[in-house]
Design a protein around this ligand. Structure first.
Ligand code: NAD
Length: 461
């Protein structure tokens, strides 16, 4: 039997060795989920809601220990692990609260003995292949609404967040979700590929563009409902009327929170030439003030990168940016190991000939580019194959509206960044993906609308 070794990215030490799934075990589990799903769907919605409420109780009860597990396996600074778990509670509340109104049958015509009705039925058995950077968020964005709406879920957490994935499963099962209705799988890419080979009714993926493309190709010919939440190169523009100090502090956090490993991290910044120098000075000062170190320490802001391979991506972006004339203000190098450490890095004089401004960095590194005005900023913000989020800093709501309405991105931010709300749809334009999670759309997506044409028998009286 193959195994999955879990390493602590802060020091490289092995913290667990788990038995991994293989083709045969995935097939058995998928068949069991198929058999179990109808009974789960037949249970009253209130019973399914009660299970998810008990799951929430479990998260609250065990929050500290769950945060420690998350920090040990991903290197997420402990305060941010707690933030993720606390943030999850509002998401669960939203999904549980909205499940009934979103899935209620709707009569759209009722006249002359003819009734037309829309019913929402579950997709059936859905696969969820997930990322490691916010495993509770991205996992539960799928798992919670999928279960609420009566689906069975085959869940393949990232190989870098498997201990957390197992905790999600343990708490769901303890809360009353049957073991064959929520089925965790253990392993890396090949186990995800084995999941794709099963008969599934939907596949919900969070991860990189490269893997998303492979998944789309694997299931495309089978007409499996597909959602892909992929990467981004999220831009922000700081206008000349913005306060450079407060914008810099907000954006340094948006770029470096979770060690820059958020899908909606600020990945490139355009600053109006009139306030560029003041903004840059405040930005660099803020970043230099971030505490780098042991993610278990309460005061740590920057931890290790979760994946060692990303260090090479950052090194390459730094070398390319330097070679093309960008100005390095801080960082630009690895930090001594063991573990996957990179110094928070700030470049100015960046331009779009550099990978730093075009390819996802997914680390504590940022490029800042001076612009002459709104037109140039809009053009540069749209010069990307991605389109997850985009933001503008200005006191003028009209100006923000004028700029952002021309930017191709799924989420738009005025005077804020790196923010996700359970009430709003989360989606990407272009290579950032297809489909929607969160909001009422992110519940409905786990259902299929079915049309009922109901003609009353003629009155024989
Ligand atoms: P990844 O693509 O390396 O892995 C994601 C998942 O796919 C993992 O579970 C992995 O085991 C699995 N996988 C790998 N190869 C596979 C294959 N051939 N078949 C099936 N499954 C396979 O991505 P990652 O490093 O885990 O996540 C980082 C990426 O995720 C970044 O690009 C980030 O922007 C993106 N992300 C996007 C969102 C969003 O909401 N749009 C949220 C979080 C992360």
């Amino acid at each position: 039997m193959s195994t999955l070794r879990i390493l602590n990215p802060a020091n490289g030490e092995a913290i667990a060795e788990l038995a991994a799934d293989d083709q045969a075990s995935v097939a058995i589990k998928a068949a069991a989920a198929r058999a179990a799903q109808p009974a789960w769907a037949a249970r009253p919605l209130d019973e399914r809601k009660a299970c998810l409420d008990r799951f929430r109780d479990g998260v609250v009860r065990e929050l500290e220990q769950l945060a420690v597990t998350l920090t040990r396996e991903t290197g997420k600074p402990i305060r941010m692990s707690r933030n993720e778990l606390n943030g999850l509670l509002a998401r669960i509340d939203f999904f549980v609260g909205m499940a009934a109104p979103v899935t209620a049958s709707e009569t759209v015509l009722d006249e002359g003995g003819m009734q037309e009705r829309i019913e929402h039925v579950p997709l059936g058995v859905v696969g969820n292949i997930s990322a490691w950077n916010y495993p509770w968020f991205v996992g539960c964005n799928v798992i919670v609404p999928a279960l609420l709406t009566g689906n069975a879920v085959l869940y393949k957490p990232s190989e870098y967040a498997t201990l957390t994935g197992r905790e999600i499963a343990r708490l769901l099962h303890h809360a009353g979700v049957p073991r064959d209705v929520f089925v965790p799988l253990v392993g890396a890419g090949p186990v995800g590929a084995a999941l794709l080979a099963q008969k599934i009714d939907g596949l919900f993926f969070t991860g990189s563009h490269a893997t998303g493309l492979r998944i789309a190709q694997a299931v495309g010919s089978r007409f499996v409902k597909l959602q892909l939440e992929l990467g981004g190169k999220d831009p922000t523009y700081v206008c000349d009327d913005a306060d450079p100090q407060s914008a810099a502090q907000s954006l340094a956090d948006g770029a470096m929170y979770n060690t820059g490993q958020s899908c909606c991290s600020v990945e490139r910044i355009y600053v109006h030439e009139k306030i560029h120098d003041a903004f840059l000075a405040a930005f660099v000062e803020t970043v230099k003030g971030f505490a780098v170190g042991d993610p278990m320490r309460e005061d740590t802001y920057i931890g290790p990168l979760t994946r060692a391979a990303q260090l090479d991506v950052l090194d390459a972006q730094v070398a390319d940016a330097k070679a093309q004339g960008a100005t390095l203000h801080t960082g630009g190098h690895r930090l001594p190991g063991p573990g996957n450490w990179y110094a928070p890095t700030v470049f100015s004089n960046a331009h779009h000939g550099m990978a730093l401004m075009k390819e996802e960095s997914f680390g504590p590194i940022i490029g800042i580019q001076k612009v002459a005005g709104d037109e140039e900023a809009v053009r540069l913000m749209n010069d990307t194959r991605y389109g997850l989020t985009a933001g503008v800093y200005t006191p003028s709501g009209e100006r923000a509206q004028a700029v952002l309405s021309r930017v191709q991105a799924g989420s738009l931010y005025w005077n804020c960044c790196d923010r996700v709300s359970p009430r709003l749809p989360w989606s990407g334009f272009g290579d950032s993906g297809i489909g929607v999670t969160l909001s009422t759309y992110g519940i409905e997506t786990f259902t299929r609308p079915r049309a009922w044409h109901l003609k009353s028998p003629p009155d024989r009286a």
